[in-house]
Each structure stands twice: as structure tokens, then as C-alpha cells.
Design a protein around this ligand. Structure first.
Ligand code: M6R
Length: 357
């Protein structure tokens, strides 16, 4: 029941702080140690490489998670679209371990991959929102995302849950001294930060009206570097799927390799700037678009903020920044769809769960 909400999507965006708290309660003990099960961790430690298999938003969550497995846990990690992996399997390492990410646990292409790897005798872990779903039942291990039912076709809280649970898994693989991070503490602060962005939601209604004008805006771009480039993909998917604005998300350095040709007067370009190492480079890329008349909007963490920035996020560990930066993108997509009078929860041509290949 969507209660006071006009659309499930807004309700589900609002639920994200609750989902974060639920995950923390379930997956941390009283001393802040991650609780994900010894057998899972042993298998991940023994693996030469982790393969993350997913589709759509879950794939984007995997792209963000892979960086934590690599940078915190020093575990080589590759992320694959299940629709590709299923029909053209890459050459595998000797000891692979598979992680399936899926809100529904029923995505047909991901099921196909799981069937194939089960036949080959490899082990896997599914992170899903639906306990007892096919991917839950058929994987060696499964952990729940605890996001609660997600009804809107556009996935929001499942993404946040997937990134959070992958962070907990990656953190569990390393000595916290090595990671130089108190993850529970950081996630608590992020939860407060997410609530703050949600409390500011009217800001995004105004930005959507101004930046993504219904009569004139037909295309938009999200750019970022490092993990921000993965959020750019998710942000663009959210926008195109419910507002029908043609949106592209990509690594900012790629702009001048082609996409810059598409920038015209008033083309919206949203830049995600949360990574200290590359903030200056992204600003440089963005100014190449403003020089061609783009309408720029920056979503930037506090320590990297400058005068004239669009929206300022609280600071956090750079690899956890997607948990914050995705929220403005969800809200921008929501208000753009709403402003165009579209059915936010049920965009044309799409189903919540893709059960055909
Ligand atoms: O249930 P799954 O997470 O496996 O679904 C994957 C995609 O179909 C899903 O994320 C889709 O891209 C969403 N509509 C995006 O908002």
C-alpha cells in the first residue's frame, strides 16, 4: 500500500534510511564486526577472482561493489551483464566465485548463468530482495537485501541495499585496520546523509523543472570518473526509464572522444564529483561542455565543493559515495517523470521483473 504517497517510487526512495538501518542491524554484531557467515567468507578468500553477474540497476550496483572487493579486499573482481555472460562466457580463472545481484531473484538471464555455473560445479552467492526466489534457492549461498517489497519498476532502495551489502562483504574480507575504516560508523553517517537529501526533495523538483524542461529537453548526460562513472550509468538509466528523456551516463574522460559533439545550447550535463583524485579532471571535462552552452549541474561532496555547485553531499569514504550521490539522481528522475505527467511507477514497455531472455 502506498499510503500517503502518490507513487511507490517516492515511498521507496523515502524508505532508504530504514533499509540501511535494517542492514546494519542484521549484518553487524555489537562490536561493529561484519556478520556474513564464515563459509561464504572462506570461499571468497579462496577464490582467484570474483565474478559479479547482474542486469540493469543491479549491474550498476555490482560495478560499484567491485571496486570495494578490489580496493579493500584486494580480490580481483569482474562484473558482467548476465545477458552477455549467459551466451558468451568469458575464459574463467581456475577458482572463480560468483555473486549474483538481483532485486527480484528471477531475472531470466541471471538464472541462465546460475544454471550454467552450477552445472560446471562452481559456487555462488546470491544477494536478493526476494527470499525463496529462483536465484536464492539455486545458489550455494544467499543473503537477503532486506529492502522490503519494491513495487515501482524503477529500482531505488534495492540499489542502495546491494551497494551496502557488498560493502559489508568486502569489509568482512579484510582486517578493519587494513581498510582503515569503521564501516558501521560510516554507514550510520551515510544513513543520516541520505535522510538529509530526502528531506531536501523539493530542491530536486525545482532543479528538474529548470534543468529538464518538459517542452525542450530531450537528452541529458551524467558524467563522473572512477566509481562516479558507475553512478552516472545508474542515474542515466533512472532518468530514461521513467521520464523518456534520452540519457547517457559515462566516464567523463570519454566526452571528448565523441559525445562532446552532442552538446548543444542548454543540454543538461550533470556531473558527479565525489572522488578527490579526479575532481579537478571532472570539472575540466564539465567546463568543456559549458563552453559549448551546456546547462551544467554538479552533485559534489562537501570537501570538494566550490561556489556555484548544484547540490552538496556530505563527505564520506570515496567508495561509499554512490550511496549518497545516487539519491539526487533518483529524485531528479522522479520529478522529471512527474513533471511530464507520466506514470512514474509503470513506465511504458517495461516490466518489474524480466523473466524472459
Ligand atoms: O530483479 P533484478 O535486480 O534482477 O532486475 C534487474 C533489472 O531488470 C532492473 O534493475 C531494471 O533495470 C530496473 N527497472 C531499473 O530501474
Amino acid at each position: 500500500d502506498k499510503g500517503i504517497y502518490p507513487y511507490y517510487m517516492l515511498k521507496e526512495i523515502d524508505e532508504q534510511p530504514v533499509v540501511m538501518r535494517r542492514l546494519m542491524e542484521r549484518y553487524f554484531d555489537a562490536n561493529g564486526q561484519a556478520l556474513v557467515g564464515k563459509a561464504i567468507l572462506d570461499e571468497m578468500r579462496a577464490a582467484d577472482q570474483i565474478y559479479i553477474i547482474a542486469a540493469g540497476t543491479s549491474y550498476h550496483a555490482g560495478l560499484a561493489g567491485a571496486r570495494m572487493f578490489e580496493q579493500w579486499a584486494q580480490k580481483p573482481t569482474q562484473v558482467y551483464l548476465s545477458s552477455e555472460f549467459a551466451y558468451e562466457q568469458p575464459l574463467l580463472v581456475e577458482k572463480p566465485f560468483f555473486i549474483f545481484l538481483s532485486q527480484s531473484g528471477e531475472t531470466a538471464d541471471s538464472r541462465e548463468v546460475l544454471q550454467n555455473i552450477n552445472q560446471a560445479g562452481y559456487h555462488s552467492l546470491t544477494l536478493t530482495n526476494v527470499e525463496k526466489s529462483t536465484l536464492w534457492r539455486e545458489a550455494t549461498y544467499a543473503l537477503p537485501l532486506l529492502a522490503g517489497p519494491e513495487i515501482a519498476v524503477a529500482s531505488t532502495k534495492a540499489y542502495v541495499a546491494q551497494v551496502t551489502l557488498q560493502a559489508i562483504l568486502a569489509y568482512a574480507l579484510v582486517d578493519s585496520q587494513v581498510a582503515n575504516l569503521d564501516l558501521q560508523d560510516e554507514l550510520s553517517e551515510i544513513t543520516v546523509g541520505i535522510q538529509g537529501i530526502i528531506d531536501d526533495k523539493e530542491t530536486f523538483q525545482a532543479v528538474a523543472d529548470e534543468l529538464l524542461v518538459p517542452e525542450t529537453t530531450h537528452s541529458a548526460f551524467y558524467i563522473g570518473r572512477g566509481v562516479d562513472s558507475t553512478v552516472a550509468l545508474e542515474a542515466a538509466l533512472k532518468l530514461k526509464e521513467i521520464s523518456y528523456v534520452q540519457a547517457e551516463g559515462f566516464a567523463a574522460g570519454e566526452l571528448k572522444h565523441g559525445t562532446l559533439a552532442l552538446i548543444e545550447e542548454e543540454t543538461p550535463v550533470m556531473a558527479l564529483i565525489t572522488q578527490p583524485k579526479t575532481a579537478g579532471l571532472v570539472r575540466g571535462n564539465l567546463s568543456e561542455t559549458t563552453a559549448r552552452g551546456s546547462h551544467a549541474f554538479t552533485i559534489v561532496t562537501k570537501a570538494l565543493a566550490q561556489d556555484g555547485d548544484g547540490y552538496v553531499l556530505p563527505d564520506t569514504n570515496p567508495l561509499l559515495a554512490p550511496l549518497l550521490s545516487v539519491i539526487p539522481a533518483q529524485l531528479l528522475a522522479y520529478y522529471t517523470s512527474l513533471g511530464r505527467g507520466l506514470d512514474v511507477d509503470r513506465p511504458r514497455n517495461l516490466a518489474k521483473s524480466v523473466t524472459v531472455q
